[in-house]
Design a protein around this ligand. Structure first.
Ligand code: SF4
Length: 213
C-alpha cells in the first residue's frame, strides 16, 4: 500500500545522505531495523572490540547480544550488575575501542550531527579514539537546521532520557527544556559534528522508520 510517511522519510533521508557524503561521512540507507542490524553487523569484524553508546536506538536493535555471541568484546555501561567504578572503566574503554556504535540526538538535512551528553563518553567516542564509528539513526531524528537539532535534543531526547533515568528535572513534568541548573541536569555537553573527524572511519546508517529518541 502507498504509504505517505515512507515517501516523506525517503525524501528526507535521500537529501540528508547526499549532504552527509559531501561532509565526508559514509552514509547508507536501511529500509528497517532488521536491515540496519545486518548492515551494522557486516561493518564490524569478529575480532573487533565494540563500545556501545548510551542509546535506546542501539538497544532496540538486539545487536549487543549478537555481537557478544559471535565473540566481539563489548563495552556496554548499561549492562546490569556493574559497580560505579566498573561503569566508569567501561565508559573509558569505549573511547579506545576499535568500533564505537551509537545513535545521535539529531541529524540535519545539511549533514551535521547534534548531541547532548551528561557524562561525555558518548560524544567523546564519536569524535576521537575509536578507529571506526557507526551511528544508526531513525528518520525521526532528521531535522532541517542545527538550531532545530539542538531544539530536538533539548525538547525531545533530553526530557525522555530524564524521565527514563528518573531524574528530578522540570522537563520530566513539562516535556520542555527550562535550561535548568539542578544537580540532576543531564544536559552538560553539546556537540555539533560538522564534518567527518580526521582520523575516524565514520559511518552513518539512516533507517526509514522511527527508532529511539
Ligand atoms: S537542561 Fe534540564 S530541563 Fe533542560 S532538558 Fe536538560 S535536564 Fe531537562
Amino acid at each position: 500500500m502507498y504509504d505517505a510517511k515512507d515517501v516523506y522519510y525517503d525524501i528526507r533521508i535521500d537529501r540528508t545522505m547526499r549532504n552527509l557524503k559531501d561532509n565526508g561521512f559514509n552514509a547508507a540507507y536501511a529500509h528497517d531495523i532488521r536491515e540496519a542490524k545486518d548492515m551494522v553487523l557486516g561493518m564490524i569484524e569478529p575480532g573487533m572490540s565494540v563500545g556501545i553508546g548510551g542509546s535506546v536506538t542501539v538497544r532496540s536493535m538486539g545487536i549487543i547480544e549478537e555481537l557478544k555471541s559471535r565473540g566481539n568484546k563489548v563495552f556496554d555501561h548499561w549492562e546490569a550488575g556493574h559497580t560505579p567504578d566498573e561503569v566508569f572503566d567501561i565508559r573509558r574503554a569505549q573511547i579506545t575501542s576499535d568500533v564505537f556504535l551509537s545513535s545521535t540526538n539529531a541529524i540535519t538535512m545539511s549533514g551535521e550531527l547534534i548531541n547532548i551528553d551528561g557524562t561525555g563518553n558518548r560524544v567523546a567516542s564519536m569524535i576521537f579514539g575509536p578507529k571506526k564509528v557507526i551511528v544508526v539513526a531513525g528518520a525521526n531524528k532528521i531535522v532541517e537546521t542545527v538550531e532545530d537539532g539542538i531544539k530536538r535534543a533539548r525538547n525531545v531526547a533530553a526530557p525522555l532520557n530524564s524521565i527514563r533515568l528518573n531524574k528530578n528535572n522540570s522537563c520530566n513534568h513539562t516535556g520542555i527544556c527550562s535550561d535548568c541548573n539542578t544537580r540532576d541536569r543531564i544536559c552538560k555537553i553539546t556537540t555539533i559534528i560538522e564534518r567527518k573527524p580526521d582520523y575516524t572511519d565514520f559511518n552513518i546508517v539512516l533507517v526509514g522508520e522511527d527508532m529511539g529518541y
